[in-house]
Structure formats: structure tokens, C-alpha cells
Design a protein around this ligand. Structure first.
Ligand code: MG
Length: 162
């Protein structure tokens, strides 16, 4: 078994789309980033890379690489999963939390689950997605951006988890 943790933050920016877990969410502002700024998917990727001891997504996908400008984070997650599998591991479960003062995300977490779980090789109930505000506190509470955290458990080998 291996465990990994991931954390990511992106600032809000006018005129950008809001993509979380590969799902486009109606919002007056989106997130700024070199890729599509999908902060949830980034946290999951960092947790996966952490579990297999392969650093972080900044090392794998530098934000100075013009080829990665605007890239879908789901494409990057597919690459990370290929790496995880090549190293002989598969996810057992993934738990996540998105921290955002707005917009309300609960109506979209099921869609995120359906989008991400197949890429992770998991049944949807093995990928948990929670959303919380910070009760108006800090940079998240002031509506300056969104943060996400993820924890993954991997096991050696392939096939369905027990
Ligand atoms: Mg990021």
C-alpha cells in the first residue's frame, strides 16, 4: 500500500472558465493557470505522484512548457495514471475536498466523480468529492481563489480492489 497527499490553489480571474474535476461550472469568474487550472484534478495528480514517490506535477509538467498552455487537466491525469500503472500501482480509493466560497459546488460533485473515476480506474463510490466554504475566512473566504486537497491510497498490482 502507498498513500499520497495533494494540495493546490488557483486564483480567480475574470474571463476564464471554471473547470473542476473536468466539469465546466457556471460561474462569474474562472481560475487562472497555465493549463485549464482544474485545481481539483491537480490536487489528485499530486497525491498520485506523491504516493509513488515521483515528485509533483510542476516537475512533470512545467508551467514554462508552451506545449502545455491551456491543456486539459484530464489529459495530464491520464498521463499520471499511466505512470502510476507503469510503476505497478493502482488506486484503492481517493478522497478530496474543494475549498471555495463560491459558486455552490455540491450540485456538480456527482458529475466530477463520473468524469474522474474512470480515468482513475475506480468505481465512482471509491472517489469521494467534498466541497466546503471557509466561512468567509482567509483568501478563499474573500473569494480570491479556490483550493483543493486530495488523499489517495494505492496498492501494488492490478485488478479490482478488495
Ligand atoms: Mg495547479
Amino acid at each position: 500500500m502507498r498513500i499520497g497527499i495533494g494540495y493546490d490553489v488557483h486564483p480567480f480571474q475574470q474571463g476564464r472558465p471554471l473547470i473542476l474535476g473536468g466539469v465546466s461550472i457556471p460561474s462569474p469568474v474562472g481560475l487562472l493557470g497555465h493549463s485549464d487550472a482544474d485545481v481539483l484534478t491537480h490536487a489528485i495528480m499530486d497525491a498520485l505522484l506523491g504516493a509513488v514517490g515521483r515528485g509533483d506535477i510542476g516537475r512533470l509538467f512545467p508551467d514554462t512548457d508552451p506545449a502545455l498552455a491551456g491543456i486539459r487537466s484530464l489529459t495530464l491525469l491520464e498521463k499520471v495514471m499511466a505512470e502510476v500503472k507503469a510503476l505497478g500501482f493502482v488506486p484503492v480509493n481517493v478522497d478530496t475536498v474543494i475549498m471555495a466560497q463560491f459558486p455552490k459546488l455540491a450540485p456538480y460533485t456527482a458529475a466530477m466523480q463520473e468524469r474522474l473515476a474512470p480515468i482513475l480506474g475506480l468505481e465512482p463510490d471509491r472517489l469521494n468529492i467534498k466541497a466546503t466554504t471557509t466561512e468567509g475566512l482567509g483568501f478563499i473566504g474573500r473569494g480570491e481563489g479556490i483550493a483543493a486537497q486530495a488523499v489517495v491510497l494505492l496498492k501494488a498490482g492490478s485488478g479490482h480492489s478488495p
